[in-house]
Design a protein around this ligand. Structure first.
Ligand code: X8Z
Ligand code: ZN
Length: 621
């Protein structure tokens, strides 16, 4: 309706000359009609509550969504910090409201044409910003958010109990995967956690039905299109881009896989860990075999030995808060501000003994201003020290773009948000550890680039790549209906085998739902963001090291203390989502494309080293 009136108006006001031509007297009459139409339209619009211009529309959208998002965040914060039946329901209700509102605004955003470049971008972000659009039908919308909330709580409080009533939660089971080298213990822990996901399947299926209905009502083909339309390029081009990046890095991954498979074979023997084919998923030190940095001992890379940050932290008696303060110190050394006092008062750093919480690490922006928090069950370990930097990357991003209009308060794309703190990981070098007094002396370097440090880094960063890619490949298949519920698990393992070269340890039950054993699947958090983050962080690191005036191998560069690097980084962060990501990337790196050249270059000395070690073996699976 609003659009019809507007086009009538535009027609009348833009073509007075031709109408005038037929008789001067027409002009005042037309003006009168136009004025009446404008008046009528404004009255009608305000009566219906529909603003008439993109500017007014966006003003009310930003205000209302900001307020509602804050309510949603507060409810969810409480739920994740205190999982009960009640907090689960209250969060579902808050999210039903927020999701309905965002979906309505997304729908309305399509009706507006024109406006300034800034307004057009906001309309686009509003339209493409959803993850699970609400179905129009209110009952089904509530059902969807209720199921979502329930899945979140099931994952967060998931436990596996034996016949004596002894239970183990995810943290306990992950500890086994990290530390045990006994294949049957590993297998039991792996099976126990995966059994927690079985009852999620029916709920998961139903959420997809409901979200797909919402997606279609908004004009999307399916949910996969909703998820791939957020990257300032057509959705199919995004899928092609991530495939291109994967093709670029696959040779490096294959070398790492080949090397680790042979070492696992040496440790566990042919029956448990064959020298050929895919690696069983329970042997890689991580519940999802997504990062392998917990088993460097099995790889037994001879040489100087990279610093064991976990041991150093323990020796220096670092508490969780001290680990966070140390990470904060990295960001402030770049010229960023100290964290608000409330960050330390309101965050959760340690696992409470007396209640159920979601331990999966997360960073929160509660009020789009300064109320930022992290929630983590920190252990004094290297993994967690890295994750703290990851989370603070999110927190500083929030703080840097807090003065942008609400709709621009997000990353240039979600991979930027995930990759920022990760880029700081690459600066946690031995030189840096010495500077902050954690390491007394840096280990002697072998001539040329020491593969030691790179190897450990690769167990984290390179091992992750195929997993980062396949989680959403699975979801795109499922969302598009190509994979039917009966084949959810089969398709999951096909992708894990194809991309990661990892296989299920043993046959899976027909009712298994192994994807649900991963936090982001149970919580409907998109995952390709982590894949692109693992590419982007090396582009960020290379550019930041250049700004910091570093010369020599990038693996030896730490930007700690560099105000120049900090200024470059902050300029990019302050943009938020106000520009397409290509421009934000250009601002920081001078490049406009995601490119795996940076990660390949970073690991080039390791790749040659791995190739030499793997000589004579048939790599691949
Ligand atoms: O979920 C996370 C962060 C929170 S955004 C801890 N990550 C992914 C995961 O754990 O699977 C970071 C790396 C990948
Ligand atoms: Zn993150």
């Amino acid at each position: 309706m609003a659009k019809t009136v507007e086009s009538v108006l535009r027609f009348l006001l833009q073509r007075p000359a031709s109408l005038l031509y037929r008789g001067r007297t027409m002009k005042p009459l037309l003006r009168l009609i136009a004025v009446l139409l404008v008046l009528g339209h404004s009255l009608l619009a305000s009566a219906k509550g529909t603003p008439s211009s993109p500017r007014e529309f966006l003003k009310s959208a930003e205000k209302e969504l900001r307020d509602e998002a804050e309510q949603g965040q507060r409810a969810e914060w409480i739920q994740q910090n205190f999982i009960t039946e009640d907090t689960t329901r209250l969060t579902a209700d808050a999210n039903a409201k927020l999701n309905k509102l965002s979906t309505q605004y997304a729908k309305d955003a399509k009706k507006y044409r024109g406006g300034s470049a800034e307004e057009k971008r906001k309309l686009e972000l509003l339209f493409n910003g959803l993850v699970l659009p609400s179905p129009k039908n209110a009952t089904r919308n509530s059902e969807m958010t209720r199921l979502l909330s329930e899945l979140g709580s099931m994952y967060g409080s998931g436990k596996s109990c034996d016949s004596t009533g002894k239970c183990r939660d995810l943290q306990a089971l992950e500890e086994v995967l990290k530390t045990s080298r006994n294949p049957s213990e590993l297998l039991a822990a792996w099976n126990d956690w995966h059994s927690v996901a079985k009852p999620m399947k029916a709920k998961y299926e139903r959420i997809i039905e409901l979200g797909s209905e919402g997606a279609r009502e908004l004009g999307f083909r399916d949910l996969s299109e909703v998820w791939t339309s957020k990257y300032d390029m057509p959705s199919d081009q995004y899928e092609k881009t991530i495939d291109r990046l994967w093709d670029q890095v696959r040779p490096l991954y294959e070398q790492l896989h080949c090397f680790m498979r042979s070492r696992l074979n040496r440790t566990y023997g042919e029956e448990t860990a064959s020298a050929k084919g895919p690696i069983p998923a329970h042997l890689l030190g991580n519940m999802w075999a997504q990062q392998w940095s917990n088993i460097p001992d099995l790889a037994a890379v001879e040489g100087s030995g990279a610093a064991d940050i976990g041991a150093l932290l323990q020796k220096a008696a670092y508490t969780p808060v001290k680990m966070v303060q140390t990470a904060e110190g990295f960001f402030t050394s770049l010229g960023m501000p100290a964290l608000p006092k409330t960050f330390y008062e309101r965050s959760l750093f340690e696992k409470p003994r007396d209640r159920e919480v979601v331990c999966h690490a997360s960073a929160w922006d509660i009020d789009s201003k300064e109320d930022v928090r992290i929630k983590m069950c920190i252990k004094t370990e290297e993994d967690d020290f890295r994750t703290i930097h990851h989370e603070l990357g999110h927190i500083y991003y929030y703080l840097m773009y807090k003065d942008q209009p609400f709709l621009f308060q997000s990353g240039a794309n979600d991979g930027f948000h995930e990759g920022l703190g990760d880029a700081i990981h690459l600066s946690l070098t031995e030189g840096y550890l010495k500077t902050i007094g954690l390491l007394k002396s840096a280990s002697p370097k072998k001539p040329g680039s020491d593969p030691e440090y790179l190897f450990k880094m690769a167990l984290d960063k390179v091992a992750f790549l195929p997993f980062g890619l396949l989680v959403d490949k699975w979801r795109y298949q499922v969302f598009s209906g190509k994979t039917k519920p009966a084949d959810y698990n089969k398709a999951w393992w096909e992708l894990r085998e194809r991309y990661q070269g990892v296989k299920a340890p043993g046959n899976r039950d027909s009712d298994a739902f192994d994807p649900g054993a991963k936090y982001h699947v149970a919580s409907f958090t998109p995952y390709s963001r982590y894949f692109i983050a693992h590419i982007l962080q090396f582009q960020f690191h290379r550019a930041l090291c250049k700004a910091a005036g570093h010369s020599g191998p990038l693996s030896e560069c730490s930007i700690y203390g560099s105000k120049e690097a900090g200024a470059r980084l902050m300029a990019m962060m302050r943009l938020g989502a106000s520009k397409p990501w290509q421009e934000a990337l250009f601002e920081l790196t001078g490049e406009r494309e995601m490119d795996a050249g940076a990660i390949r270059d970073y690991f080039a000395p390791l790749e040659s080293w791995l190739k030499a070690k793997n000589a004579g073996q048939t790599c691949g699976w």
